[in-house]
Design a binder for this molecule. Structure first.
Ligand code: HEM
Ligand SMILES: *[C@@H]1O[C@H](CO)[C@@H](O)[C@H](O)[C@H]1NC(C)=O
Length: 484
C-alpha cells in the first residue's frame, strides 16, 4: 500500500516536469537528429508546455507583472545573447523570437523566405495588400502608397482632416471631462470615413465602427469558421462592411457617367479607382474594396492609440508641451489662423520630434509575425521551415542599449537620428507600414491644433497600464480639457 502511495506521488510529482519537457522533445528532438551533422543548431530557448507553449510565461510578464519587456530580458539572462534569436512556442505555433537590430533587419528584408501570413484571409480579403506577395504585392503597394503616402496625396489629406479636427477639439472643450481614447477613436473614424469614401458622420459611420470591432476580434481569434466563433462573426462583419463600401463605389461610378467626368470627389476610393499604373492597368472593383478595408484595419486603431499617447505624454511632460506650444504658436501667427499644409508641417522641427518620440514610446506595434517558408540558416543558427518568426519590435525601442533612458519621454533625443536598425516602429523592408507618412502627418497636425488652443490634464495620472491587446492606461486616459 505504502509503495503504491510513493509511486503515485512520484508519478504526480513528475507529471509537470514531463509536460514541461514534452514540447521540447516533440519539436526539437527530430530537428536535432536531422541537423546535428550540419553544425548548425536551433536558437536557445524553451518550447513550454504542450498546446500552451510559453503563453503562460508571456501572460505572466504582460498581464501580471506588467513588465512586458522583461520577457525578453529573462531569456537573455537565461540563455545568453547569441544573435538575438530564441526558440519558443507562442500564439499556437512553434516560433523563433528575433529581438536584435541586425537579425530583425535580415528577417524583414528576406521576404521570400519569411512571409507575412494573416490567419484569417477571408477577413482581410484575398486581394488585400497585406495578403498578396511578391510582384502582386509590389503592384498593389504602389497604388496604395500613391494614394495615401505621397506628398500630393498628403496635401489633400491635410486639408481634409483639419476642419473635423478643429471642431472635435472645440466639442471636447465643451465636454470638459472625457476618456481621451474614446473621443479620439470617434474623431479618427470620422476622418477615415471622410478620407476614404466621403462618408459624413451618421448611422452608416456608426455601423462601420461596430463592424470594424467585430472584424478586429476575429483577426486575433483562432481561425475556426462556424456560427458562434469570433472568426465567423468577423467574416460576417467584413461582408457587411464591404457591402457599405460597394454601395459607395457604385454611386461613384454612376455619378461619373452622369457628370461625364472622372473622379467626382477626392477621396481614397476615387484615387484607387482612377489610378493607372505604368502598364496602363487599373484596380478591379474588388481590389479597391479589399484594400480600403485593409487600410481601415491598418490605420484606425494604430492612429487612435498613437494620438491618445501623445495627449497622455504631453500631460505628463509639461516642459515638452511648453516647447511644442511655442513652436506652434509662431506658426499659427504666421498662418494667421489658417490650416497648415505639409510644407508647414515639415517646418515644425520640434513638433516632428514629439511625433517620433510619441510613436517610439507608445509601443503601438509590439511585434510582427512572419511564416518561414524554407529552412534558413543564420550565423550558425537554424530557423526551421513552417515555424513563425516573431519580430519583437517593442523591445528595440525600450532597450537601454538602443535608446538612452528609454522610458523617459524625451523628444530632444531625436536631435540625432536613431542608430541604424534600432527604430522600427513601422516595421521595415518591403512591407514597411504603407501609412507611415500619413500617420506622422496626422499626429503633427493634431499636436499643432491641440497645443495652440488647449490645455488638459490626466484625471488619473497614476492609472494602471494594461499591455494587451495594446498598451493603454486602464482608465482610457481620462482627461479634463479646456481652451487656454
Ligand atoms: C502610429 C501609427 C502606425 C503604426 C505604429 C503602424 C505600424 C505598422 C507596422 C509595424 C507595419 C508592418 C507590419 C508587418 O510587417 O507585418 C504596418 C503595416 C501596414 N500599415 Fe501601418 N502603422 C500605423 C499607421 C497606419 C496607417 C494610418 C495606415 C493607413 C491608413 C496604415 C496602413 C498599413 C498597411 C496597409 C500596412 C501593410 C503594408 C504591407 O503589407 O505592404 N498604418 N504598420
Ligand atoms: C512601452 O514599453 C515600456 C517598457 O515595457 C513601458 O515601460 C512603457 O510604459 C510602454 N509605453 C506605453 C505607452 O505603454
Amino acid at each position: 500500500m505504502e509503495a503504491m502511495g510513493v509511486l503515485l506521488a512520484v508519478v504526480l510529482g513528475a507529471l509537470p516536469l514531463l509536460l514541461w519537457w514534452l514540447n521540447e522533445l516533440w519539436y526539437v528532438l527530430p530537428l536535432k537528429l536531422r541537423v546535428s551533422n550540419t553544425g548548425t543548431k536551433l536558437p536557445p530557448g524553451h518550447m513550454g508546455f504542450p498546446f500552451f507553449g510559453e503563453m503562460l510565461t508571456f501572460l505572466w510578464y504582460f498581464k501580471v507583472l506588467r513588465r512586458p519587456d522583461d520577457f525578453i530580458n529573462y531569456k537573455r539572462s537565461k540563455y545568453g545573447d547569441g544573435v538575438g534569436l530564441y526558440r519558443t512556442h507562442l500564439f499556437g505555433s512553434p516560433s523563433i523570437i528575433a529581438c536584435f537590430p541586425t537579425v530583425n533587419k535580415f528577417v524583414l528584408q528576406s521576404d521570400d523566405k519569411f512571409i507575412l501570413q494573416w490567419p484569417n484571409l477571408e477577413v482581410m480579403g484575398r486581394n488585400s495588400l497585406v495578403v498578396v506577395h511578391g510582384q502582386a504585392h509590389e503592384r498593389l503597394r504602389s497604388f496604395v502608397s500613391n494614394s495615401i503616402n505621397r506628398p500630393d496625396a498628403l496635401q489633400l489629406i491635410a486639408a481634409c482632416v483639419q476642419p473635423r479636427l478643429v471642431s472635435a477639439l472645440h466639442s471636447w472643450a465643451q465636454l470638459g471631462k472625457f476618456k481621451a481614447y474614446k473621443e479620439i477613436k470617434k474623431l479618427t473614424l470620422q476622418n477615415i470615413g471622410k478620407l476614404f469614401a466621403s462618408l459624413e458622420p451618421g448611422p452608416i459611420l456608426d455601423s462601420l465602427d461596430k463592424l470594424y470591432d467585430g472584424m478586429l476580434k476575429g483577426i486575433r481569434a483562432y481561425p475556426l469558421n462556424f456560427p458562434g466563433t469570433a472568426s465567423h462573426h468577423a467574416i460576417q462583419c467584413r461582408k457587411k462592411l464591404e457591402a457599405i463600401f460597394r454601395v459607395e463605389l457604385e454611386k461613384k461610378k454612376k455619378e461619373e457617367v452622369q457628370s461625364n467626368r472622372v473622379g467626382t470627389t477626392n477621396d481614397l476610393m476615387d484615387g484607387l479607382m482612377q489610378m493607372i499604373d505604368e502598364e496602363g492597368n487599373q484596380l478591379s472593383d474588388q481590389e479597391v474594396l479589399d484594400n480600403i478595408i485593409s487600410l481601415i484595419i491598418g490605420g484606425y486603431e494604430s492612429t487612435t492609440l498613437a494620438s491618445m499617447w501623445a495627449i497622455y505624454y504631453l500631460a505628463k511632460y509639461p516642459d515638452v508641451l511648453g516647447k511644442l506650444r511655442e513652436e506652434n504658436l509662431a506658426m499659427w501667427k504666421k498662418k494667421k489662423g489658417d490650416f497648415i499644409t505639409i510644407e508647414d508641417v515639415s517646418e515644425l522641427k520640434y513638433t516632428n520630434k514629439v511625433v517620433e518620440e510619441t510613436i517610439r514610446s507608445a509601443n503601438v506595434s509590439g511585434f510582427i509575425f512572419r511564416l518561414v517558408t524554407k529552412e534558413v540558416e543564420y550565423k550558425g543558427y537554424r530557423i526551421p521551415k513552417n515555424w513563425k518568426v516573431i519580430i519583437w519590435l517593442r523591445y528595440l525601442h525600450t532597450n537601454t542599449e538602443n535608446f538612452e533612458d528609454p522610458l523617459c519621454f524625451n523628444p530632444e533625443r531625436w536631435n540625432v537620428p536613431a542608430r541604424p536598425g534600432t527604430y522600427l516602429v513601422f516595421g521595415g523592408g518591403p512591407r514597411i507600414c504603407a501609412g507611415n507618412m500619413l500617420a506622422r502627418m496626422q499626429l503633427a497636425i493634431l499636436l499643432h491644433h491641440l497645443s495652440v488652443g488647449y490645455k488638459w490634464e490626466l484625471l488619473n495620472p497614476d492609472a494602471k497600464m494594461i499591455y494587451l491587446p495594446n498598451p493603454a492606461p486602464a482608465d482610457g486616459a481620462e482627461i479634463a480639457f479646456s481652451k487656454i
